[in-house]
Design a protein around this ligand. Structure first.
Ligand code: B12
Length: 265
């Protein structure tokens, strides 16, 4: 921000340990915990670079001090980029930074995520197609992209559709591409209705196939997101994502669904 500039950057740095560590997962070993603590510090400095609008420094931090020192790209995506974006959200909510500052920070996170994707080891292709996008009205593309990249690197052929995908257009693409899974993202709670309606529309047009996966912060508010939204699966974060999609693509396709898809000219 740069409205309060250096003072805020200092504060972010001082408060970072406590604030960031509170969102970290349980560590199973001391070694693992040490690794995560390093990433805490990296995250704090990454946020400072975002706030300063310093893209080069943000990239350097992640590439040299993260990847360069052996941290897996997938861990960096979660423990640095995801956590940093949430911190940016808190500062924005508290009116400590402006919308322009948030846009600047997010643009930096996007560039870094693209570099991480390029550097990450990818599993062999599985010959399974996933259409992954945000439901109509949903503008938070970054969370969906982060999750989509994880599936892509796990070997899925992921077509990432980005933000605010018109339902009609999604339906047309499903007819054309015949994906093995459709993954839908919603961050804002006001988009739960859009998510519910999209799932219902896909069911009405395609029956039980392809299976539908839902996710995003909006779903976290529901007790049983998949069941309440009429979907086949839900993943809260990228840790469970690959396993859940693996189960969805390996389950036998219901006859009715096959017929519906098979009937597409
Ligand atoms: C960047 C940002 C924006 C950008 C998004 C740009 C982009 N290209 O993505 C823009 C400017 C568009 C934006 C707009 C708005 N935003 Co905003 N935004 C954010 C911010 C700061 C970061 C988002 C992010 O990158 N998060 C990090 C990701 C990686 O974490 P995640 O969301 O948990 O995602 C993980 C999981 O959910 C999961 N996942 C996600 N999708 C999927 C899909 C599937 C299928 C699966 C399985 C898993 C999965 O995997 C992800 C990776 O692990 C958040 C803060 C926050 N806490 O997230 C606010 C935030 C979400 N925004 C907020 C608000 C209020 C808005 C606006 C209403 C502001 C306004 N007045 O216009 C609009 C709404 C726009 C809309 N209609 O969608 C609030 C929401 C509060 C609430 N809960 O209601 C937040 C929390 C900020 C805040 N603290 O106030 N925003």
């Amino acid at each position: 921000m740069i409205s309060e500039g250096a003072a805020l950057e200092r504060e972010v740095s001082q408060n970072s340990d406590q604030a960031f560590r509170s969102s970290l997962p349980r560590a199973s070993t001391v070694q693992h915990l040490e690794g995560l603590m390093d990433l805490d510090d990296l995250c704090a400095r990454f946020v400072q670079a975002q706030l300063a609008g310093d893209r080069r420094e943000a990239l350097r931090l992640v590439m040299e001090e993260g990847v360069g020192r052996g941290a897996p790209a997938s861990e960096i995506a979660l423990r640095v980029l995801q956590t940093a974006q949430r911190k940016i959200g808190e500062l924005w909510q508290d009116n400590r930074i402006s919308v322009a500052d948030e846009h600047l920070a997010t643009a930096i996170a996007q560039v870094v995520l693209a570099h991480l994707y390029r550097l990450s080891p990818a599993s062999p292709l599985l010959d399974k197609l996933v259409l992954f996008g945000c439901v109509e009205g949903e503008h938070h593309e970054f969370p969906a992209r982060l999750a989509a990249d994880v599936l892509d690197l796990a070997g899925y052929d992921v077509r990432f559709l980005g933000a605010d995908v018109p339902t009609e257009s999604l339906v047309s693409m499903i007819r054309r591409e015949r994906p093995d899974v459709v993954a839908l993202s919603a961050t804002m709670s006001f988009n739960l209705r859009s998510l519910r309606m999209t799932v219902a529309r896909l069911r009405s047009d395609f029956g039980e196939a392809p299976p539908i996966l839902v996710g995003g912060a909006a779903c976290d508010m529901l007790a049983d997101p998949a069941q309440e939204l009429g979907a086949d699966g839900f993943a809260r974060d990228t840790h469970d994502l690959v396993g859940i999609v693996g189960r969805l693509v390996s389950r036998p396709a219901p006859l009715a669904g096959r017929e519906v898809l098979g009937g597409i000219p």
